[in-house]
Design a protein around this ligand. Structure first.
Ligand SMILES: Nc1ncnc2c1ncn2[C@@H]1O[C@H](COP(=O)(O)OP(=O)(O)O)[C@@H](O)[C@H]1O
Ligand SMILES: [Mg+2]
Length: 248
């Protein structure tokens, strides 16, 4: 877990991998994000904590390029990427493992993985081999239809598919939702392993306890506004966070 000093050193010495500045996003009259600020540095696991409807999915989808912001800036490695351009952003090194896992249920595991590489077919064999090294179960089930996988296996497939695009930043939207606690532990262990392999991770969670134990830093999002940020240790200790998100 990063200390305060380490985190400050990060911020001083490095350009952020992802910067979200003053970001506002609306769906018609619904202001889903209001002047949100967030940074993710290379090598970090950052968790975005928020209740249902707080704007977590909106923030991640907007960073991917699905939504067009009303105002504000999004930068990846210092370059502006705001505005809807998913393919370009995926090629630049961003990917999103969607909420609810979102694999193609009627397609095989292998075809789901290959779809993840459609933006960058170079080295597809090498990427597939690495995904199979990390998730041996996916190789065992490669010809199986995704619908027949367990929830945990589907989450692994969704993460594996994202890895096929050769990303630097992996965004994961509520990976633990609907999974048994023991499977949630497996998924967080996988995220930690990927982080140790060099991937930077931004994840969202409603149930923040396990996510904060896995993360370096976190942000709390309330009705579209970032209300608190800090190291994972600070947030785990914060009385407001404990009451609202840790069931303490
Ligand atoms: N496609 C949409 N059309 C209209 N309102 C939406 C849409 N998607 C999300 N919202 C609204 O935007 C707000 C933020 O939603 P969302 O980003 O999905 O939050 P979270 O992921 O934290 O649950 C909520 O009030 C939600 O109802
Ligand atoms: Mg959501």
């Amino acid at each position: 877990m990063a200390s305060n000093d380490q985190t400050r050193a990060h911020a001083d010495s490095q350009q952020a991998l992802l910067t979200i500045e003053n970001l506002s996003v609306s769906y018609g009259h619904v202001n889903a994000l209001k002047h949100a600020n967030l940074q993710v540095f290379k090598g970090e696991i950052v968790v975005l904590i928020g209740a249902n409807g707080a704007g977590k999915t909106t923030l991640l989808e907007t960073a991917l390029g699905i939504n067009t912001p009303l105002s504000g800036a999004i930068r990846f490695k210092g370059k502006p990427i705001g505005g809807a351009a998913v393919d370009r952003n995926v090629r630049a090194g961003i990917c999103l493992v969607p909420e609810g896992r979102g694999v193609f249920a009627s397609m095989s595991v292998l075809d789901n993985l290959l779809l993840g590489a459609h933006n960058n077919m170079k080295n597809v064999g090498k990427h597939l081999q690495r995904v199979y090294e990390w998730f041996p179960i996916l190789e065992k089930r490669q010809d199986q239809i995704a619908r027949t996988l367990s929830g945990g296996e589907r989450q692994m497939l969704a993460i594996g598919r994202a890895l096929m695009s050769s990303p630097e930043l992996i965004m994961v939207d509520e990976p633990s939702i609907g999974l048994a606690p023991i499977v949630v532990n497996d998924i967080f262990n996988i995220l930690r392993m990927l982080n140790q392999e060099g991937y930077t991770i931004l994840l969202s969670e409603q149930n923040a306890n396990k996510a904060l134990k896995c993360a370096h830093r976190g942000y709390v999002l309330e009705t579209g506004t970032v209300t608190l940020s800090g190291t994972a240790a600070q947030l785990l200790d914060d009385p407001g966070v404990r009451e609202a998100y840790l069931g303490a």
